[in-house]
Design a binder for this molecule. Structure first.
Ligand SMILES: [Zn+2]
Length: 87
């Protein structure tokens, strides 16, 4: 599945594995998707419900989080609980 690059808001890194999943270069089993976030089933689940969430904006590590990532990361925390309850 090819996803359009939405431009500057979603800065992506060519070699980043998470960005490659978001671009569709690496196949994934989607649980949820919106403009900011992709959630997919973990390929090696260790629990009955085990998914991972990726911000579409490239954030390599928690050490790279900037203050303007606040809304995206906050929304991901809320979404994680909601998706877990729904599964
Ligand atoms: Zn990335």
């Amino acid at each position: 599945m090819v996803r359009p690059n939405s431009g500057k808001l979603h800065v992506r890194d060519q070699d980043c594995v998470f960005c490659r999943i978001v671009r569709g270069d690496i196949p994934s089993e989607e649980v949820y998707e919106d403009d900011e976030v992709l959630a997919l089933n973990d390929i090696h689940p260790v629990a009955s419900v085990h998914f991972m969430m990726i911000p579409k904006r490239h954030i390599a590590t928690f050490g790279d989080v900037q203050s303007d990532d606040r809304d995206v990361l906050g929304n991901m925390m809320i979404l994680a609980g909601r998706l877990a309850r729904e599964q």
